[in-house]
Ligand binder design. Structure first.
Ligand code: SF4
Length: 921
């Protein structure tokens, strides 16, 4: 068992980020709320003092502008950067890169473990140079919620939750021990234990404050120093893509890769372009019987059609006055599905209602209202519409009951068409048109199953479980169904996994949990479960029947992603739907039933029952919410949110400053980033006669570079695990082993689909080692080069590093010994992650590529021009020498783009840069 080295100690008070603003626009002012005074950076004064027209900026951009005003330091944020925000209004877009410092960071356990591993390694490095490890703490507040690991192994019983939690602790013991240590060792890092809730719902209901405050020391009269409290918009980045949910509460934030999150955590800015902002006008009112899930599936389809990738979406218009904040949060949550960076809602009366309803402190609620009004950030029906890059519109009255599937969240299908649509999919996609009525016997059971039968019905995902109205609707459907004697079909695996314990409180208070239980929707866990693919195994006879007969069975879940293979390996048609429709499909048992026309089942007397007979009215739902959801529930449930259950509290932590790494752990290992680190940065060695590790084509994704999925038994990572006595059945995924660099570096460039043109026609992570000329796994070749003391480069095509932002794509590249990545163009975040790991990103001039240069991979590469130091976007030269000794010289652009990035690179990476600064502070 991993333990910590040093003795227990008292936590010092959390440190805060230093105040930095040069305040060129002279807009620092004081705001009085009740008896308290706050400093703030006034947008209205800044407008008067030179930032013309900024009161018409979209509300989301006002958050960015305030951030720049507050952090103007003349280096990472300049006066020109701030002026660029005002200039945005002219073209409604900008090519200006800005430095954004979010107020805080949110992590989940999958992505959070490597972040805490890096912090722990930094503490070791500090201790090694004789300094106090206590210097290493996150500088921005970090919350890590353990929610991604619980699985639906047990379901449909009263003790399903208890048993699933026990299994979760058994499976994840090594990781949880480590996180438990982290929760006690670091200031500014809070860990929400397993079995509590889902990160975004906990954020929405408790952590987020809409307006954040911090204490800051400023110059007082006669050379004194005084402490003031500064108020500013709450904002965050998170290591989960659905971090966007909290934009429904006017908290600007989105998901980022691990390196960016670590940078934010350590007080470094996030580099971003001033985004385009698409205004989505909502008018009218949702019709009777229509849920927020129906709305979000409609919005997702419309925004996908428009194309909003890399842009902010901001909702506006009179329709906002008819949407609850919970509905808004559902819309914001699915920003990754509609492709936007975020889906923002401005602060308004509904925001204030929600903050009160969820038990936030009165002083904070008053501050939010006063601050937003003072800043021109409070929307009312009379507010002038902001200026957007472009707009689109939806009348809420046009929304109809909908599902989305069978494979993509943007493929909305009206409820009326689901049965026909599935029949079409069966014919066109699965080529099983002649098998529509085929049924397969299920061993040991009296029933058969066939194509389209629903085998998973899951009320899951923070997208929906944060919204009491859809959960109450699910409970009311169950209540009405029970009254009529309807039953869940026996082949369905039902589950209920809310995103917070408050949900259980209000379902119980409304008398609806017991109704859900009767239909098998017993509580299975507070976590992501089916939404992240942790749906657990289907009962063995059902799984066997599905696979023996090659059936296309279905799942219906209230989640937000349904890509093939995500929900369950046995289920090929996956439909997203509202929680009440999940219950309805559990009763119907098949997506072949047209719920708008055909009976859902029969009552006790054998009479047909239709969906409309068990569908609650909007009034019934609103009444249930009004009577049973109280602010007291939120206050009580969140009063000890960091305490955890007895499993968590029993984990042994001796409370040290540094972590005692368990060498036997295959999940968490000490990473080697800081080995041999000196107090002062040493000049970086020039890259001379480097070998080529890979020649890749266009659109190499971060998943190609660092896969998250399964680990092949005969791969270098598989061999490592076998050597450490892990059976292939227990390999788990690369994603779950992100805390162990030994696994992750072996997995780098090891995607089974990656094509290295050094070995044409071969798929997978293979290269040719030179001068031996032997083909071998990329990891093995990299280690051979390391033994020879040879540095390495990688060549790629266009859009290198596209796809989800994944820190291990850059970390793995670094650990394999790659000094430079040379491509035709980079995906923006991966480029910055490479710099963050101290790897040089270089870009060919237009019209040049490794192909046009005729490279085969046997050449060596020398980078010329770095001798006198690196400057942002400087021109460099490659000297490429082939096996016959012939050299060609090729100009390239150094894609280290900013002065901060030069510092990161010179220090060997962002972690080294921050570490040295903290040691010398
Ligand atoms: S429930 Fe789904 S959307 Fe929410 S955090 Fe978990 S995986 Fe992401």
């Amino acid at each position: 068992m991993a333990t910590a080295k040093k003795t227990a100690r008292k936590k010092p008070a959390p440190k805060q980020l230093p105040a930095t603003s040069l305040d060129s626009f002279k807009c620092r002012r004081t705001l009085k709320v009740g008896t308290k005074s706050y400093d703030y950076f006034s947008l209205k004064i800044a407008e008067k003092n030179g930032l013309d027209g900024i009161s018409r900026l979209p509300y989301s951009l006002k958050v960015l502008l305030e951030n720049l005003l507050r952090y103007e330091d003349g280096r990472s944020v300049t006066k020109a950067d701030i002026e660029a925000m005002a200039k945005w209004l002219t073209r409604r877009k900008s090519s200006k890169e800005i430095a954004f410092r979010p107020a805080r960071v949110l992590m989940q356990d999958f992505t959070g473990v490597p972040g805490v591993v890096d912090l722990a390694a930094m503490r070791d490095a500090v201790e090694k140079v004789g300094a106090n490890p206590d210097k290493i703490n996150p500088l921005a507040p970090v919350d890590l919620v353990i929610d991604h690991s619980v699985m639906v192994d047990n379901f449909g019983t009263r003790d399903a939750f208890k048993k699933n939690v026990e299994i979760e602790y058994e499976r994840n013991g090594e990781r949880y021990e480590f996180l438990r240590w982290g929760s006690t060792a670091f200031n500014n890092l809070r860990v929400v234990p397993p079995g509590t809730g889902i990160c975004h719902q906990v954020n929405l209901e408790y952590l987020a404050q809409t307006v954040w405050t911090r204490k800051e020391k400023v110059a007082g009269p006669r050379n004194t120093v005084k402490t003031v409290e500064v108020a500013y918009p709450d904002s965050l980045v998170g290591t989960d893509s659905h971090t966007t949910m909290v934009n429904g509460l006017s908290v600007l934030g989105w998901g980022v890769g691990g390196i960016e999150a670590e940078a934010a955590m350590l007080g470094q800015p996030i580099s971003m372009l001033i985004p385009e902002v698409i205004g989505f006008k909502l008018t009218g009112k949702l019709p009777e019987g229509i849920t927020a899930t129906d709305l979000v599936l409609t919005v997702t389809q419309k925004l996908r059609e428009k194309g909003v990738v890399g842009k902010f979406v901001e909702f506006y218009g009179p329709g906002l006055d008819h949407l609850s904040l919970e509905d808004q949060a559902t819309l914001s949550n699915m920003a990754p599905e509609y492709g936007a960076t975020c889906g923002f809602f401005p602060i308004d009366a509904e925001t204030i209602r929600y903050l009160k309803a969820t038990g936030r402190k009165k002083a904070r609620v008053d501050l939010v209202e006063a601050y937003a009004k003072k800043q021109g950030m409070f929307r009312t029906a009379r507010s002038e519409d902001p200026i957007f890059t472009s707009t689109l519109e939806l009348d809420l009255g046009d929304v109809v009951p909908s599902l989305a599937g069978p494979k993509r969240p943007q493929d909305r299908v009206p409820l009326t068409d689901v049965a026909d649509s599935f029949a079409g999919t069966l014919v066109n996609e699965f080529k099983k048109g002649d098998e529509g009525f085929k049924r397969e016997k299920v061993s040991g059971e009296k029933f058969t199953i066939g194509h389209g039968d629903v085998v998973i019905a899951a009320i899951t995902s923070c997208t929906n479980t944060s919204n009491p109205s859809v959960l109450m609707a699910a409970g009311l459907v169950a209540q009405k169904a029970n009254k009529l004697g309807l039953k869940t079909k026996p082949w369905v695996k039902p589950s209920l996994a809310p995103g917070s314990q408050v949900v259980t409180e209000y379902l119980k208070a409304a008398g609806l949990q017991k109704e859900l239980d009767k239909l098998g929707f017993n509580l299975v866990g507070y976590g992501c479960t089916t939404c992240i693919g942790n749906s657990g195994p289907l009962p063995a006879p059902i799984s066997k029947a599905v696979n023996d007969a090659d059936l296309v069975v279905a799942s219906v879940l209230s989640g937000n992603r349904n890509f093939e293979g995500r929900v369950s390996p046995d289920v090929r048609a996956n439909y997203l739907a509202s929680p009440p429709l999940v219950v309805a499909y559990a009763l119907a048992g098949s997506v072949n039933v047209n719920l708008t026309e055909e009976p859902i089942g029969q009552d006790k007397k054998g009479n047909d029952v239709y969906l409309k007979d068990i569908w609650p009215t909007s009034l019934e739902i609103a009444e249930a919410v009004r009577k049973s959801v109280t602010a007291k529930m939120f206050r009580e449930r969140y009063s000890d949110v960091f305490k955890g259950d007895t499993h968590w509290r029993k984990i042994k932590v001796t409370g040290g400053k540094t972590y005692e790494w368990n060498k036997k752990s295959t999940y968490v290992q000490h990473p080697p980033y800081f080995e041999g680190m000196t107090a002062e940065p040493q000049p970086r060695d020039a890259v001379t006669d480097a070998g080529i590790l890979g020649l890749f084509g266009d659109s190499i994704t971060t998943d190609h570079i660092s896969p998250a999925g399964s680990i092949k038994a005969d791969s270098p990572a598989g061999e490592y695990l076998k050597k450490h006595k892990v059976k292939p059945a227990e390999f788990n995924s690369y994603g779950s082993r992100r805390g162990n660099h030994e696994v992750m570096m072996r997995g780098t460039f090891a995607n089974i689909r990656i094509k290295n043109q050094m070995v044409p026609g071969v798929e997978g992570g293979v290269t040719v080692h030179y001068p031996s000329g032997d083909a071998m796994p990329i990891y093995d070749a990299a280690m051979k080069y390391k033994e020879q003391g040879k540095s390495l480069v990688v060549f790629g095509g266009k859009e290198y590093g596209t796809g989800s932002s994944r820190d291990w794509a850059a970390k793995g590249t670094k650990l394999l010994g790659v000094e430079a990545v040379i491509v035709e163009s980079f995906e923006r975040i991966h480029r910055s992650n490479l710099v963050g790991m101290g790897v040089l990103p270089l870009q060919f001039e237009e019209g040049t590529s490794w192909k046009s240069l005729g490279l085969t991979g046997s050449e060596t590469v020398t980078i010329k021009g770095t001798e006198k130091g690196i400057k942002p976007r400087m021109k460099l030269k490659l000297e490429i020498t082939n096996e016959k000794g012939k050299t060609q010289t090729v100009p390239v652009l150094c894609r280290i783009d900013t002065a901060d990035e030069v510092d990161y690179y010179n220090n060997g990476g962002i972690l080294h840069f921050v570490l040295r600064n903290l040691i010398s502070a």
